[in-house]
Design a protein around this ligand. Structure first.
Ligand code: SF4
Length: 318
C-alpha cells in the first residue's frame, strides 16, 4: 500500500481533481464541468479518479479542497485541508516551477493574478464580478462568430492584422464585434482582436498596478487558447509558460497541502454511493437573518455554517 492524497478544485464552471503520491507525482486526474451541481460533479470526479488507480494498492490519507464550493465539498469528502484558490494555485505551481514570480489565471468566470517572491505569495488580485475577458466571454463571442471556442487560438494565429475590439465590458464588446463584422473585417482578425482584448482587459483589471516579473506561468481554461498566450507575450514582452497540467494546479496545490495537515482523513471512495443533501435555514433571532447552510449525509446532519454568532449553533443540531 502506498500513501496517496486527493485534491479537488471545484469552481462554478469546472471541477478538477488529482490523486498524488508522496513525491507529488500525479497518479490520476480528471477535469469535468460542474453543471451547477457541485455535489454530483464531485461524485463523477471521484468515479473518474477511482477508475484510473488500483485501489488495493493506494491508501488516501489526505484530502484537500479549494474553489468556490470548497467548504461544501470539503465536508462531503471529509477533507483535512480546505484552502482558498490563491494559496492552492500558488502551492501547486511552485511544486513544478519553484522560480515562478507571476501567475496569470483566467478561468471560465473569473480571473486572478498572483505575485510570488522567494516561494511566498506577496500580492494577488481577483476579478469575480466582470465576465469580460473570461472563458465565458470568449465562448459567447465564439458562438456569435459561428466557430468553436477550442479553435479560437489557432484561428487567431493566422491573423496578420488583429482588429481592435473594445472589450472593457461584454455589452460594448458584443456591439463592437457586430459593428466590425458588418464593416467586413476578416473573421481571423476579429478573433485575434478578441484575444488581445482579453489580455488588455486582464492587465488593466487584475493586473493594474502590479509589478509583473518573469518567469510567468499562465493557467486556467483560457490558457489553452494559443491566441491569448501570444497576445500576453506581445504585451508583456517576455515568454509566458503554459503547463499542459495548468488546469490542475489548484487541485494539485491542495493535495500537497493535505500532506502537511496535522490530521489524517478517513476518505472512502464509497462516498459516491452516499446521499448528500443541503438546505438553508434562516435564523430569525436578530435582524441579521443569517442563512445557515446545513449539509446531511444519508439523512444525518454532518456540518452546518453561516451563522454570525453562537446563537445560531442551535441549528447545527437539527
Ligand atoms: S446567528 Fe446570530 S447573528 Fe445570525 S441571525 Fe441568528 S442571532 Fe443573529
Amino acid at each position: 500500500m502506498i500513501n496517496a492524497y486527493l485534491g479537488v478544485d471545484i469552481g462554478s464552471i469546472s471541477t478538477k481533481g488529482v490523486i498524488i503520491d508522496d513525491h507529488n507525482k500525479i497518479l490520476a486526474s480528471s477535469y469535468i464541468w460542474t453543471k451547477g451541481n457541485p455535489m454530483e460533479a464531485v461524485k463523477t470526479l471521484i468515479h473518474n479518479l477511482e477508475n484510473q488507480i488500483d485501489k488495493t494498492k493506494i491508501n488516501i490519507i489526505g484530502v484537500g479542497t479549494t474553489g468556490s464550493a470548497r467548504k461544501l465539498i470539503g465536508t462531503m469528502l471529509n477533507a483535512n485541508v480546505i484552502k482558498n484558490e490563491i494559496t492552492a494555485h500558488a502551492i501547486g505551481t511552485l511544486s513544478l516551477y519553484p522560480d515562478v514570480k507571476t501567475i496569470f489565471e483566467i478561468g471560465g468566470q473569473d480571473s486572478k493574478i498572483i505575485l510570488i517572491e522567494d516561494g511566498i505569495v506577496v500580492d494577488y488580485a481577483m476579478n469575480t464580478l466582470c465576465a469580460a475577458g473570461t472563458g465565458a466571454f470568449l465562448s459567447s463571442q465564439a458562438s456569435r462568430l459561428g466557430v468553436e471556442v477550442e479553435d479560437f487560438g489557432n484561428i487567431a494565429l493566422t491573423s496578420k492584422k488583429p482588429t481592435k475590439i473594445a472589450a472593457r465590458c461584454t455589452v460594448f464588446a458584443e456591439s463592437d464585434l457586430v459593428h466590425k463584422l458588418q464593416m467586413g473585417y476578416k473573421k481571423e482578425d476579429i478573433i485575434a482582436g478578441l484575444c488581445k482584448s482579453v489580455v488588455s482587459n486582464y492587465l488593466n483589471n487584475v493586473g493594474k498596478g502590479k509589478k509583473i516579473k518573469t518567469p510567468i506561468i499562465f493557467q486556467g481554461g483560457v490558457s489553452k487558447n494559443v491566441g491569448v498566450k501570444k497576445a500576453f507575450e506581445e504585451e508583456v514582452g517576455s515568454e509566458v509558460i503554459v503547463d499542459p497540467n495548468g488546469h490542475l494546479m489548484g487541485a494539485l496545490g491542495v493535495a500537497i497541502l493535505s500532506k502537511k495537515a496535522p490530521t489524517k482523513t478517513n476518505f472512502q471512495f464509497s462516498i459516491t454511493e452516499d446521499n448528500f443533501e443541503t438546505r438553508g435555514i434562516e435564523c430569525n433571532r436578530c435582524p441579521n437573518h443569517c442563512e445557515i447552510i446545513c449539509i446531511s449525509k444519508n439523512k444525518q446532519l454532518i456540518d452546518a455554517w453561516g451563522n454570525r454568532c453562537s446563537n445560531g449553533d442551535i441549528f447545527h443540531k437539527q
